[in-house]
Structures are given as C-alpha cells and as structure tokens.
Write a protein of this length. Structure first.
Length: 265
C-alpha cells in the first residue's frame, strides 16, 4: 500500500491477508486511490462484503464503516443499508463466487431494479478461500478442486449478465490495467444507479498452480496479453480473438441517453 493512503486504513493495519501474487492487494490500492482523488469522505461511505478472499479488501482494512456479511448476501445487506440511508455512498466489494454464484439472484435483481449501488467484483475465476472449487467464472477446460478433468461448462460473462438484467453501468478491467481501472472506479462512484465493475485478479495459489502457471509473473503477463479494448478486438482475426478478454466501459446508459438526444436534435 502506498504510504500516502495509510490514512484510509484502520490503525494497526500493516499487512494485507492476501497470498503473495494475489491481485486483490492491487485492487485494494486502486480503490483507495480513486477515493482519494475524488476527495470523498469515508464517513459518508459504507463498504459491504460477503465471504471470500475479496471480502477482506474493505474489512477489516478500511478505516470506515464496513459490513462483513453472510456468504452471498453482500448486495442484500447493501440494499437494506441504502434504503435506510439513501445518502450513503454504498460500495459492495466481493468475489465472483460470493456475488455471482451464492449471491447470483441478489446480483441480477439489484441490476434489474437499477439499485443505487457500486459493486466491485474481484474475479479470480475460482473459489480462492474455500478450497479452489470451480466458480461460475472458471474458464472452460480449467482445472479446479472440483473439475480435475477440466471444467466442462462455459463461464458467465458477468458484464453481459448485469447489462442484460438492467444495470445502468458496467465495465471490466484487469489489475494489470491500473490507471484505466482507477478512472472507471472514479466514474462509477459518480454514477446514480446500479454500477458494476468486474476486476480480473490473478489467484496463483488456487488457480495458477493447478493450471500450469509457473510463476505469478506468468499470470500477470497472460492477463496483459489477453485483455484488449473494443477497438483492438476489431483488428483481430477470429482465431486471435478466441482467448482474448474484452475490457473497458461496456455499458453506460448516460452516454446512450446523450447519443439519443443528439440524434433527435
């Protein structure tokens, strides 16, 4: 953690709970950097998390009000808190298993209602804390504790899922795109409605060692290679696109509204 961000951490916090090479520590730093650049007051914010590695990003580290909730129920708790105090800037930070599997119905219905929440999903493509089981985001063919022969199912595209459900804002970035990710977090914190950012974060302990990544740097380099923008994707052939991951702001209803108003004019 950068020293100038220490004031956002609870007294006594000196290390993170994350494994060496885990991307969640990078994400933690980027979230606080975005908050710092926006000059937001943590007293006006609430951070909600569920169960899993990513849930330890805000709790117990952030020097703010945090709710560390039941597995899969982070969005439900956040919805209740926001309903009680609509002035709270409420941010959910949790993992792909917590939000999209065990909490999947809460995710899609919060998006459907366009509930005024900011949701950061740290996607490490596996259940990292509870044993390395396959998650709804685990790539087809990937090895996990429950798919020793390779995952036979296609993963969720979480951004397409929430956009289809009705979310007003959706973006995807990897921790290897820190500047772009920071700007997206700043943008979504100013968004009124359901704002969702999927953050690809390497898990060397549970995913990397099972899937032939020799080192953490291999996972980071693989993310850098595979993550492309929409413009870059257009320039690739069908074969080249096969293992690429589309990143960027994938949906912002404000832009679409502006385009429609411009077209009418």
């Amino acid at each position: 953690m950068a020293r100038d961000l220490n004031r956002y951490l609870r007294p006594g916090v000196s290390t993170t709970p994350f494994c060496p090479g885990c991307g969640h520590g990078i994400l933690m730093n980027i979230i606080l950097r975005a908050i710092d650049e926006l000059r937001l007051n943590l007293d006006d914010m609430l951070f909600v998390s569920g169960i899993g590695c990513a849930a330890w990003i805000p709790s117990p580290n952030f020097n703010a009000d945090t709710l560390h909730t039941l597995h899969g129920r982070a969005i439900a708790f956040a919805t209740g808190a926001k309903a009680f105090n609509p002035q709270l800037k409420t941010m959910v930070i949790s993992g792909d298993g917590d939000l999209a599997s065990i909490g999947g119905n809460h995710l899609i219905h919060a998006a459907r209602r366009d509930t005024d929440l900011t949701v950061i999903c740290a996607n490490n493509m596996i259940y990292g804390m509870t044993g390395g089981q396959a998650a709804p985001t685990t790539p087809a063919g990937a090895i996990s504790a429950t798919t020793g022969g390779g995952n036979p199912w296609a993963p969720f595209d979480l951004c397409r899922l929430v956009i289809g459900a009705g979310a007003g804002y959706a973006a995807r970035f990897a921790v290897t795109q820190p500047l772009e990710l920071k700007e997206a977090i700043k943008e979504v914190l100013g968004f009124t409605g359901f704002g969702f950012i999927e953050v690809l974060s390497p898990c060397p302990t549970q995913y990397g060692r099972r899937n032939d990544y020799g080192a953490v740097t291999d996972m980071l380099e693989d993310l850098r290679r595979r993550c492309v923008t929409a413009d870059e994707m257009k320039r690739l052939t069908g074969t080249e696109r096969k293992d690429r991951i589309l990143t960027g702001v994938l949906h912002d209803e404000r832009n679409e509204r502006n385009e429609m108003e411009t077209a009418r004019a």
